[in-house]
Design a protein around this ligand. Structure first.
Ligand SMILES: [Zn+2]
Length: 444
């Protein structure tokens, strides 16, 4: 019976995907790609169907590299660029630190782990422009740079992105067919082979891309880590691998930061990631940097899905929050909890919240005719502009909130592990949650 139910559910998901794809037909000419053809796909070099021909406001990989290189020479001396190479893969790493400052906060941002999520590196490039004085938020960025330095991987999956730019819009994994966000050495599990798009690879850090990520993020030793994805909207903190155990370090502060950023920039699901029992979400960068590198603050953002899906997601999330969800979050449950199951059904399922529905979504994405591009990326220039601008502001907010939280802890060291006094800004609710979490853990 369970098997039959799953088959029916997958079938329904496929119907939804088909109708979603048809809704976009006629709005533009778009090539429909079969996700399953991603690995080993043939590319016909039909320039009328490339990313640049269909969505010319997006940057090609060469343009991203050129823009970042230009910024490094025009950022008041604050930015530098280097290229890290490993087994034939080259990845650009940008560093931004204002001259004459000694920032104590170190913020690492990882863009573009999944190739088809083109908007992720675009938001990173816009953020670098903001830090370098070229956008309307640059004045605030100068304030942020007094306390925070940044290291940025702009284009984390460059070989596969090149194929996406040629029109293979469903390609997520690297050229070896490995999901870079399942290849980190944190609760890594060998692949069951059931999902081609979440293949964890033959071993942890088996891929040149993840070897480079590990090297640069370890050397930088961040206080705050953020990985940026798309395909839904949501903001998450550890753990992604588990829903039974609570992240026990700094959880209250991270939750408060997500709550504040959510109100201003997302109005979308936020909280501890998680996985439903039986569904695998190990080996993520989010958990690795938090657990192995002991970053004080670790987050994953998913910054875009198509506007119709986003409206549906927002309605479902707000309903769940009003029906007791807010209290559950305050108790520290993860988003994989049964209460939130419907939120992550179908196409709004997240890469960091793994449920049975997530598997169905992946199955839907492999159907012939599914139009990946608008599911992961804005297909109008106006939306593109508002997305990159909104999230650059959110990254600045995050830097400021982390600095404020760290300063509060430094000035009140005896209360670092205790609920801060009322009126201590973001810290007070964080403290309450820490106390709740501590009591829950004691109970376990
Ligand atoms: Zn992703």
């Amino acid at each position: 019976m369970a098997c039959l139910a799953k088959v029916l559910a997958v079938f329904c998901a496929l119907l939804v995907s088909a109708s979603a794809a048809s809704a976009h037909t006629g709005r533009r000419v778009s090539r429909l790609r079969r996700a399953g053809a991603a690995k080993g796909a043939q590319f016909d070099n039909d320039v009328s169907q490339t990313m640049k021909s269909q969505y010319p406001w997006y940057h090609s990989s060469d343009e991203i590299h050129a823009e970042a290189t230009r910024l490094a020479g025009a950022c008041n001396g604050a930015m530098s660029m280097r290229t890290v190479e490993q087994n034939g893969v080259s990845i650009d790493v940008a560093s931004v630190r204002a001259k004459g400052t000694s920032p104590s906060n170190k913020f690492f941002l990882l863009f573009g782990e999944h190739a088809r999520e083109l908007i992720s590196p675009e938001s990173g490039l816009y953020f670098l422009k903001t830090l370098c004085g070229e956008t309307s938020s640059s004045e605030r960025a100068q304030e942020v740079l007094k306390d925070t330095e940044f290291e940025v991987v702009l284009n984390g999956n460059p070989r596969s992105r090149a194929k996406v730019e040629q029109g293979d819009y469903c390609l997520r994994v690297n050229p070896n067919g490995v999901d870079l966000n399942r290849n980190w050495d944190e609760k890594w599990e060998g692949g069951s082979g059931d999902m081609a798009m979440t293949n964890p690879g033959p071993a942890p850090f088996s891929e040149p891309e993840t070897q480079i990520f590990k090297q640069v993020v370890t050397e930088f030793n961040p206080t705050v880590f953020l990985t940026i994805h798309s395909g839904t909207r949501g903001m998450y903190m550890p753990w992604a691998f588990d829903m039974e155990h609570l992240a026990d370090r700094n959880q209250g502060a991270m939750m408060q930061i997500l709550k504040d950023i959510d109100a201003e920039h997302c109005e979308c699901p936020f909280g501890a990631a998680g996985r439903e029992v039986g569904y695998s979400c190990p080996g993520t960068c989010l958990d690795y940097v938090y657990d192995q590198l002991k970053a004080d603050y670790a987050f994953a953002f998913e910054i875009y899905t198509s506007e119709d899906k986003d409206a549906d997601l927002k309605a479902r999330w707000q309903a769940k929050m009003q029906q007791g969800g807010e209290a559950l979050l305050q108790q520290g449950v993860s988003l994989a909890h049964n209460h939130f199951r419907d939120v992550f059904a179908g196409h709004s399922s997240s890469d960091f919240v793994q449920t049975a529905m997530s598997s169905e979504r992946e199955a839907a994405l492999q159907m012939p005719g599914f139009d990946c591009f608008p599911n992961f990326n804005p297909d109008s220039q106006d939306t593109f502009n508002s997305v990159v601008s909104n999230w650059a502001d959110a990254y600045l907010d995050m830097a400021q909130m982390v600095v404020k939280d760290r300063q509060a802890k430094t000035s009140q060291p005896s209360q670092a592990a205790q609920p801060p006094a009322a009126g201590a800004g973001a810290g007070s609710a964080a403290g309450d949650l820490n106390a709740t979490v501590a009591s829950l853990m004691a109970w376990h």
